[in-house]
Design a binder for this molecule. Structure first.
Ligand code: 5GP
Length: 232
């Protein structure tokens, strides 16, 4: 199969159908714009399975995503998209970069949830941008931004309601959006403990990539725990 793209955590392959791609999940873990790197055995399998469950949930709820089906432990079949170069972050509780950047106290609740845009550009370190930057840089149109925001908030509501039933707090997450050939905007990339912050509702323990970022250890064990809870 032709390799279309290889990123830090995934490889995208073209299939015989020009509109379909296979996404392969690797075990590589990176943080801080790839300055910190490691291989965590089994992470790719866990992220593929967890992402597949979330995308299935969203598809069933009428949120359009690129996900078609999980086809193996490490692979999912997805619609080919043109990725919109914006990382959309939704925050329910303050932690991570917003605490460092703005001095907002840790665990401050955002109600309504906060949406931020980051310019997807590794060379620049994915800088935070505002709505006007998106338009000036022609990263997306006004109409696209409206759609993306509505979709991001809907994803937040669906995942938050689902996860809390499994004693997991959805603290924040990052989404990427892509366009299909006909211009339809879909949720793309992955939705996993690599791209979300999950806190155990009972113990407050981190069950996400912060275990790697903050050197807390046992990453695969906690990703496995997320999978087992949401499979129930
Ligand atoms: P923060 O801006 O606090 O570092 O991250 C906010 C949320 O977005 C976290 O859930 C984090 O995992 C996710 N996120 C933001 N940027 C990236 C990124 O480049 N890669 C990944 N995997 N997640 C990101």
């Amino acid at each position: 199969m032709e390799k279309l793209y290889e990123g830090k955590a995934k490889i995208v392959y073209q299939t015989e159908n020009p509109n379909h791609v296979i996404i392969y999940f690797k075990d590589e873990a990176t943080a801080f714009n790839a300055q910190k790197k490691d291989i965590i055995e089994g992470k790719g399998i866990l992220n593929n399975k967890i992402s597949s469950i979330f995308f299935t949930l969203l598809n069933q709820a009428g949120v359009k995503t690129h996900f078609i089906k999980q086809i193996s432990d490490r692979e999912m079949l997805a619609y080919k998209t043109k990725i919109i170069p914006i990382e959309v972050v939704v925050r329910n509780l303050a932690t991570g970069s917003i605490v460092k950047r703005l001095g907002i106290p840790e665990k401050t609740e955002f109600n309504p949830s906060l949406i931020e845009f980051y310019y997807k550009n590794d060379a620049l370190g994915d800088p935070i941008i505002c709505y006007e930057h998106v338009l000036v840089m022609k990263l997306a149109t006004e109409e696209d931004v409206k759609t993306i925001k509505e979709m991001a908030l809907k994803v937040n509501q669906i995942l938050r309601d689902f996860l809390i039933k499994h004693d997991i707090i959805l603290v924040d997450f990052k989404l990427e959006f892509g366009k299909l050939d006909d211009g339809t905007i879909v949720v793309a990339d992955e939705i996993s403990p690599d791209t979300c912050r999950f806190w155990d509702a009972k113990t407050g323990e981190r069950m996400d990539k912060d275990r790697f970022r903050l050197n807390l250890g046992d990453l695969a064990k906690y990703y496995q725990e997320v999978l087992e809870r949401i499979e129930k």
